[in-house]
Write a protein that binds this ligand. Structure first.
Ligand code: NAD
Length: 500
């Protein structure tokens, strides 16, 4: 029996808000193919209403003391920690990742809340006494206003959590535009903010698609945009948002390589690469999608990868399986299309995920782990971001060839090297043109107090997410020069101020 659809609405002034649009999109449970709800798709008028609420709340929140702001943050952290299982279940039901993975996503997001709880320390400016005779100088970091976060389907909680704890802690108000594929996590987080005592209008949610995004990109009241999604949309968001005079950080797609040097422990490397390639069915921007075998280890490495990958059977994500379905039927079809293309392009199909029988509802969007060997670098399965459980093995003779492969990729999000040679690893971390690098670590997602972001077509803008770069993105610096006049300084002087 189908579950009756419900409407997933916007959120403003600490309540659900249906809006004026009659347009909705279906929400589907990808492990059963059942429609479980409908999400509102905002009109420009709906967007204007939410932006107005965020703009109205800004002066009050900006002027709220740091101790009161951080008290709300600490309460939010406690509630999230106590109830993260509920959020994980919502993510699994709409995204399809297994429950453990959903919990992991929430925990990594929670780390950013914990980082933001220390905002008072992070917002300290500088002070210089007697910079010139009897003149003091100081700097302050002030919030910038209402800011928008536009997020992708693959981390419906963690990606928004990369941004909004820091933005809110720094005194900004927020409009979150979640992916229309899995929007329910945003409303759960909004309810939690309310329970934590966040004032009306500080955290808002605008549901929708391109219309909602375009409204956020062009409305003068929105001062900054944090976007995460595919590269073409990231590029569009960056150019449109900056042309409208906003700060924009737009994180895009990826094609992450793992380099395996001949001296590596191949069992450990295979364990790590299989986890990073097939975890969350490959729907991670930090997934490993290319393994580069250096020297004569190719056959052995492929055997080890295949043996491990063959053990993974996708199935019901709530029933203890290791891998769930893909997010939509359209995405499943796209991934299956790439597997067919890989065969046509002449790569050797070692493991075919199209043939896996899932441990779940046959109407779910399952594809099993797929492994290609001898992949040529001019093929679509090497070049394109497939965003599914498809791993391509490329064989090269030398470290230099492996480095050249990574550095000539369009993307520069994440990479990893597997080796026991410290010198080679050090050389790689210096020479590779990628934003996040792992040494024997397959998914090198930075801690919340560092910053997350790639290079090249994986990020448009100059600021990465969270850490100090996040604090700077959501604040602007003001430098103040002070002199308390005494009568001895009387008289007009038209010269340029100089230090004395
Ligand atoms: P997507 O680009 O389709 O959508 C991202 C957001 O943009 C969504 O909110 C969506 O509603 C909106 N959007 C979609 N089309 C639009 C358009 N034409 N105009 C304006 N807005 C539009 O991405 P997705 O499929 O949801 O997510 C997967 C992608 O995100 C992958 O490419 C993945 O690598 C990337 N990603 C990157 C990172 C990173 O940190 N670099 C992290 C997670 C995901």
């Amino acid at each position: 029996m189908t579950v009756p659809p419900i409407t997933i609405s916007h959120w403003l002034d600490n309540r659900r808000h249906v809006g004026s649009s009659a347009d909705t999109a279906d929400i589907t449970n990808p492990s059963t193919g059942t429609v479980t709800g409908r999400v509102a798709l905002a009109t420009r008028d709906d967007a204007a209403e939410v932006i107005t609420a965020a703009a109205a709340a800004f002066p009050g929140w900006r002027d709220t003391s740091l101790s009161k702001r951080t008290a709300v943050l600490f309460r939010f952290r406690e509630l999230l920690n106590a109830r993260k299982g509920e959020l994980a279940a919502i993510i699994t039901a709409e995204h399809g990742k297994v429950l453990d993975d959903a919990l992991g996503e929430v925990s990594r997001g929670q780390e950013v809340v914990e980082f933001a709880c220390g905002i008072a320390h992070l917002l300290k400016g500088g002070y210089t006494e007697n910079a010139s005779t009897n003149v003091d100088a100081h700097s302050v970091l002030q919030p910038i206003g209402p800011v928008a976060i536009i997020s992708p389907f693959n981390f419906p909680a963690m990606v928004p959590l990369w941004f909004f704890p820091v933005a809110i802690a720094a005194g900004n108000t927020v409009i979150l535009k979640p992916s229309e594929k899995d929007p329910s996590a945003s409303l759960w987080l909004a309810e939690l903010w309310k329970e934590a005592g966040l004032p009306d209008g500080v955290f808002n949610v605008l549901q929708g698609d391109k219309t909602a995004v375009d409204a956020l990109l062009t409305d003068r009241a929105v001062k900054a945009i944090s976007f995460v999604g595919s590269t073409p949309i990231a590029q569009y968001v960056y150019s449109t948002g900056t042309a409208a005079g906003k700060r924009v950080q737009a994180l895009g797609g990826a094609k992450n390589h793992a380099i395996v040097l001949p001296d590596a422990d191949l069992d450990l490397a295979a364990d790590a690469i299989v986890g990073a390639a097939y975890g969350s069915a490959g729907e991670r921007c930090m997934a490993i999608s290319v393994a580069v075998a250096v020297g004569d280890i190719g056959d052995l490495l492929v055997d080890k990868l295949a043996a491990r990958a063959a053990q993974i059977v996708p199935g019901d994500p709530t029933a203890g399986n290791e891998m769930g379905p893909l997010v939509t039927s359209a995405h499943r079809d796209r991934v299956v299309g790439y597997i067919a293309a890989g065969v046509d392009e002449g790569a050797k199909l070692v493991l075919d995920g199209r043939e896996t029988s899932p441990l779940g509802d046959p109407k779910g969007y399952f594809v099993g782990p797929t492994l290609f060997d001898h992949v040529a670098t001019d093929t679509s399965i090497y070049r394109d971001e497939i965003f599914g459980p498809v791993l391509a093995v490329v064989r090269v003779d030398t470290y230099d060839e492996a480095l050249e492969l990574v550095n000539s990729s369009e993307y520069g999000n994440g990479t990893a090297i597997f080796t026991n040679d410290g010198g080679a690893a050090r050389r790689f971390t210096t020479e590779v043109e990628v934003g996040m690098v792992g040494v024997n670590v397959p998914i090198p997602v930075p801690m919340s107090y560092y910053s997350f972001g790639g290079w090249k077509s994986s990020l448009f803008g100059d600021s990465h997410a969270h850490g100090m770069e996040g604090v700077h993105f959501y604040t602007r610096t003001k430098a103040v020069t002070t002199r308390w006049l005494d009568p001895s300084h009387g008289g007009v002087n038209l010269g340029f101020p100089q230090n004395d």
